[in-house]
Design a protein around this ligand. Structure first.
Ligand code: GDD
Ligand code: MN
Length: 367
């Protein structure tokens, strides 16, 4: 009986494949899964963020002849981690794997990963850093360095030893992701790390070696902003999710703003009187903060075009009011003798920070 006529079996393993502009890799990946997963009832869930190269259409073309292939096309959203979460939550299979859509991960490791989870592990991780695994040709020297550094930072936070926490190649029981889902940040690239840091109890981890392959078609989507996002994820988990991630970003940008302010001030006082120099420094620092917040903190709701100018003016007003409140509150505390100048100053600055953040989030960026 031809494949398309076979009654579809309920899948026991769902393979979730996040992809963006990977049209040329879809058919080769399906063929690779087909030969690696002999004897396992599997389904493939492609999660595409409306790639301009027609990745989703390519998956649907194959799905027309093969009921094991499914495609989720997300419109108006981008993000590797959130795509993985959505794919994992869209299947009823008892076991779920996540694998890159660019053939860099070795699908031949999947049966061993499945066996490890069947044997009792909560999560089996495809690792490049255990005996038999390697980074191979997959990463440039500099990326390997950055990845190593990120892995080191991540291991400080992890409840279990994991040799390759930066891996995006893993397999788990469905209950594991169902339980962790409400606590996932869904940000950035590092979905595995997010899951490991979000499970209530210490997860049982198995590591299966694989060799990271070089990409042959398409290109990597990792950039400097993705790395910053990763730092944000670690900070969020470090603070136990108590502080909103955006607030941490806003505060970090604020700290950079203080440095900008001091640098400009130190130059401007050479030619201007102090008050004028302060004005110049304040304006430059506010503009720098606006730009940084717009491209980092509020990246997903970034303002462009006319909205950008409107936002900038609003941001000046919000921060200006914040500054007036800062001076007012700290002077009041000082005069009433409730605090010495350091505490009064800090209280004023903290309140101003919270005010700036709250109003920026609702009025300037509507996050
Ligand atoms: N849906 C969706 N949305 N998929 C995305 C997005 C997105 O915004 N960004 C990237 N992807 C897909 C890519 O199409 C690819 O299939 C996979 O996610 C990995 O993206 P790459 O751009 O190829 O990442 P990489 O090779 O630099 O990073 C890989 O190596 C890291 C370890 O060094 C990934 O596997 C990471 O998960 C892994 O940690
Ligand atoms: Mn890749």
């Amino acid at each position: 009986m031809p494949r398309a006529m076979r009654p579809p079996l309920p899948a026991e393993l769902a393979v979730v494949i996040p992809c963006y502009n990977e049209a040329a890799n879809v058919a080769p990946l399906v063929a690779a899964l087909d030969s690696a997963l002999v004897g396992i009832a599997w389904e493939a869930v492609f999660v595409d963020d409306d790639s301009p190269d027609g990745t989703a259409a390519e998956a649907r073309r194959l799905a027309a002849a093969d009921p094991r292939i499914r495609a989720i096309r997300r419109v108006g959203r981008r993000g590797l981690a959130s795509a993985c979460i959505e794919g994992m939550l869209a299947t009823s299979a008892p076991f779920i794997a996540v694998i890159d859509g660019d053939l860099q991960h070795d699908e031949a490791a999947l049966p061993a990963m499945l066996a490890a989870v069947r044997a009792g592990a909560d999560i089996a991780i495809g690792s490049r850093h255990v005996e038999g695994g390697a980074v191979g040709e997959g990463l440039s020297a500099i990326r390997a360095r950055v990845s190593g550094l990120g892995g080191w930072a991540a291991r400080l936070l992890l409840p279990v030893p994991v040799s390759d926490p930066m891996s995006g190649f893993f397999l788990l029981r469905r209950e594991v992701i169902e339980a962790a889902a409400p606590r996932l940040t869904g940000r950035g690239f590092k979905i595995l790390l997010d899951i490991l840091l979000s499970s209530r109890r210490v997860p049982k981890v198995a590591e299966i070696p694989y060799v990271f392959r070089a990409r042959t078609a398409g290109e990597s989507k990792l950039d400097a902003l993705v790395l910053l996002d990763f730092a944000g994820l670690l900070l969020d988990k470090w603070f136990g999710g108590l502080l909103p991630l955006r607030f941490i970003g806003f505060a970090l940008v604020g700290a950079v703003g203080v440095l900008v302010h001091l640098a400009v001030l130190s130059m401007a006082v050479r030619t201007l009187d102090f008050a004028a120099a302060q004005w110049v420094a304040t304006l430059v620092a506010m503009t720098a903060n606006f730009w940084l917040n717009n491209s980092l903190t509020y990246r997903s709701v970034r303002l462009r075009g006319r909205a950008l100018w409107r936002g900038l003016v609003l941001f000046y007003l919000v921060c200006g009011l914040g500054a007036v409140a800062n001076v007012g509150i700290s002077s009041m505390l000082l005069q009433e003798g409730r605090a010495g100048w350091p505490l009064a100053g800090a209280a004023g600055a903290l309140l101003t920070g919270v005010w700036n953040y709250a109003v920026s989030s609702t009025l300037v960026w509507r996050a």
